[in-house]
Design a protein around this ligand. Structure first.
Ligand code: SF4
Ligand code: SF4
Length: 359
């Protein structure tokens, strides 16, 4: 039951991510063809800009300003961190599409190897530190090494302004190195369950740390538990559940597989405040969805959802240069050419203005 409920939420978010991704692809493709689209860029695409979100967070902490370049990156980052205060790494197993992919690759692992390819515990511990090193590197670089002035320059730099486009180009124009790296990661995730999430994802590392303060935890009742071990067998976090009454591990993603696979009633469950308030999978699903809806609505109402980058700016970044053919009588629509030249002129004028004048 818990897994069905979670799948429903996971696929719902996956559809949303696909919709946002396709809309952004159309948005970019339209500019590349020299046409200004009559629809807006989906701000949700900024969920894929975690570096920009961290930079924006520091800028917000030190200046109190939510920048207008990638405001939704910061909003989504804060929403995701907030979910960790309720459901630990619940974002990973209920919302994140990479978490979903990782789970299905894990299923393939079970089919192929019946989980026989376990790795020694000491190697597992060693590898698990990698994601914390990656997170530490980003936090150190952004929060300790970069002064606020540099943060501001980065936020308004052409690189950061169009980092959403750059991120898309990473996928649409994949180099051989990127393809090989992705294939290696996929293969490793089949051989070693949840390889990316468990060992490399810095976002997961951050949520694991924030989740240590979580109000919600998995609680085992030793009075009802028969010590059968079925929960541990299914736990993707490889947590030794039977040795604890309450799971405080940073690897717990509130996936509820342990709850779903427990044959005893009331032996294990998800609850708030150390078992005081029991939470069913359905309620947890609703809570997570509501957190996203409320967070995004608040950002929209307060004007911190859409960025201030104009369509002319995007045109200047994305429009292909017009190449006049040797034969001047070739098929050029003079009206379209004139319109494009006017737009590029307007865009150049906007780019030359300091950020505050554009607001
Ligand atoms: S303890 Fe339970 S909820 Fe936490 S990761 Fe393991 S199976 Fe999932
Ligand atoms: S599956 Fe249930 S009964 Fe079995 S060890 Fe886990 S909590 Fe105890």
């Amino acid at each position: 039951m818990a897994i069905t409920c979670r799948r429903f939420v996971q696929f719902g978010f996956l559809l949303l991510v696909i919709f946002i991704g396709l809309k952004f692809c159309l948005f970019v493709a339209s500019f590349e063809a020299g046409v200004i689209p009559d629809f807006e860029r989906p701000p949700g695409v900024e969920a894929f800009l975690p570096i920009s979100a961290l930079v924006s967070l520091k800028y917000f902490i030190f200046t109190g300003v939510i920048n207008n370049i990638h405001p939704s990156a910061l909003v989504l980052f804060l929403i995701i961190c907030f979910t960790a205060l309720i459901s630990k790494k619940g974002f990973c197993s209920w919302v994140c599409p990479f978490g979903l992919l990782s789970e299905y690759l894990g299923k393939l692992h079970f089919r192929l190897f019946k989980n026989r390819l376990g790795i020694p515990k000491w190697i597992d511990y060693l590898l698990r530190t990698l994601k914390y090193f990656l997170l530490g590197f980003f936090l150190y670089t952004i929060f300790l090494k970069m002064p606020v002035k540099s943060i501001e320059q980065f936020i308004y730099s052409p690189y950061n302004r169009f980092s959403d486009v750059k991120m898309l180009e990473l996928f649409t124009g994949m180099s051989m190195t990127t393809v090989v790296a992705l294939l290696v990661l996929l293969a490793l995730s089949v051989f070693i369950r949840t390889f990316w999430c468990r060992y490399l994802c810095p976002y997961g590392a951050l949520l694991g740390i924030v989740g240590l303060l979580s109000m919600g935890t998995i609680k085992r009742d030793s009075k009802h538990c028969t010590d059968c071990g079925r929960c541990e067998k299914k736990c993707p976090g490889q947590i030794e559940i039977r040795q604890k009454d309450e799971i405080h591990s940073p690897e717990c993603s509130a996936c509820l597989s342990c709850v779903d696979n427990c044959p005893e009633e009331n032996a294990i469950g998800f609850s708030l405040f150390s078992g005081k308030v029991k939470v069913s999978p359905q309620v947890l699903a609703v809570v997570l969805i509501v957190i996203f809806i409320v967070g995004v609505s608040m950002a929209k109402i307060s004007g911190h959802w859409r960025n201030d980058i104009t369509k002319q700016d995007y045109l200047g970044r994305l429009a292909q240069p017009v190449r006049l053919p040797g034969n001047i009588n070739a098929d050029i629509d003079p009206e379209k050419l004139m319109r494009m030249m006017q737009l590029i002129k307007a865009q150049r004028a906007t780019l030359n203005k300091p950020p505050e004048e554009k607001q």
